[in-house]
Design a binder for this molecule. Structure first.
Ligand SMILES: Nc1ncnc2c1ncn2[C@@H]1O[C@H](COP(=O)(O)OP(=O)(O)OP(=O)(O)O)[C@@H](O)[C@H]1O
Ligand SMILES: [Mg+2]
Length: 224
C-alpha cells in the first residue's frame, strides 16, 4: 500500500540543521495497522506529514498505491489526498465556523460528490461514531472526546485506503482513549484501510499489527 525508501527530512533553524528523519525505509500493506512511538520531538508528526504528502521530503521516495507521490505536482497530490488518504491531526484542525455535520462532510464536498451521496455517507458515519445527537453542534460546544470523534469521522468519510492518525487518543482520559481507539480500529477494519498511528500510549501501541519507534532520526521496528 505504501513504501518509502531512503526518506530524509531536515529542518533548518538559523544556522543549525537537524536531520529529523535520517534515511527511513518503511512499508505497510493493505489492511495492516502500525504504531509509531517515540519521545516528544522525536519526529512522529513529521514522519506522518511526510508520508501522507502534507510536507515535502528532502530526499527519498514514497510510493502510495502505485503512485510515486514524491514526484507529483500539488494538483495531483490534492487528488490523491482526497481519494486515498485520511488524516487525523494531533490538534484536531476542525473548522469552528462549521458544525459537526459540515466538518465531517467537507472531504466529500471538496471532491464534488452528489448532494444525496454526501447526505447519506455523512449521516452513516455520524451514526457509526455515535454523534447523531450532536450533528448540528458547533465544534466549540463539544467535549474533547467528541471532537476527536468528529476528526475520526472526517478522516474516514471518504473511505480512504490509508489513514494517518497523529496521537488520536492524546489529551483523553484512559476510558475515552480506549473507546476512541476501538472506534478507529473498527472503522479501519470495516473499510479494510491501512493505519499508521503515532501514539504515546504504549498500551494502545501494542494493539496494532506492528510497532516502530523513532530515535535519533531512525525508525526502529520493535514488534512484528
Ligand atoms: N517546521 C519546522 N521547522 C523547524 N523545526 C521543526 C518544524 N517542525 C518540526 N520541527 C522540529 O522537529 C522535531 C520533531 O517534531 P515532531 O512534531 O515531528 O515531533 P513529535 O515526535 O511529533 O513530538 P510530539 O510527541 O511532541 O508530538 C522537533 O524538534 C520540532 O521542533
Ligand atoms: Mg507530534
Amino acid at each position: 500500500m505504501l513504501v518509502c525508501k531512503n526518506l530524509k527530512k531536515i529542518f533548518v533553524e538559523g544556522n543549525e540543521s537537524i536531520c529529523i528523519l535520517d534515511d527511513i525505509n518503511f512499508n505497510i500493506s493493505k489492511g495492516e495497522t502500525v504504531s509509531i512511538i517515540g519521545s516528544s520531538g522525536s519526529g512522529k508528526s513529521t514522519l506522518l506529514h511526510v508520508l501522507s504528502s502534507l510536507e515535502k521530503a528532502d530526499s527519498g521516495e514514497i510510493l502510495l498505491d502505485d503512485s510515486l507521490i514524491t514526484s507529483l505536482t500539488e494538483n495531483e497530490l490534492c487528488a490523491i489526498r482526497l481519494n486515498k488518504i485520511g488524516f487525523i491531526y494531533q490538534f484536531h484542525h476542525l473548522i469552528k465556523e462549521l458544525n459537526v455535520k459540515e466538518n465531517i462532510a467537507l472531504p466529500l464536498i471538496i471532491k464534488g460528490e452528489d448532494v444525496d451521496d454526501i447526505e447519506s455517507k455523512t449521516n452513516d458515519i455520524i451514526d457509526q461514531v455515535g454523534l447523531s445527537e450532536r450533528k448540528n453542534y458547533q465544534i466549540d460546544k463539544l467535549s474533547g472526546g467528541e471532537r476527536q470523534r468528529v476528526a475520526i469521522a472526517r478522516a474516514v468519510v471518504h473511505k480512504p485506503k490509508i489513514i494517518f492518525a497523529d496521537e488520536p487518543t492524546g489529551n483523553l482520559d484512559k476510558v475515552n482513549a480506549n473507546n476512541i481507539f476501538s472506534l478507529l480500529k473498527d472503522l479501519v477494519n470495516y473499510n479494510q484501510s491501512s493505519l499508521i498511528m503515532a501514539t504515546h500510549d504504549l498500551d494502545i501501541a501494542v494493539l496494532l499489527d506492528k510497532k516502530y519507534s523513532i530515535q535519533n532520526g531512525d525508525l526502529i521496528k520493535i514488534k512484528d
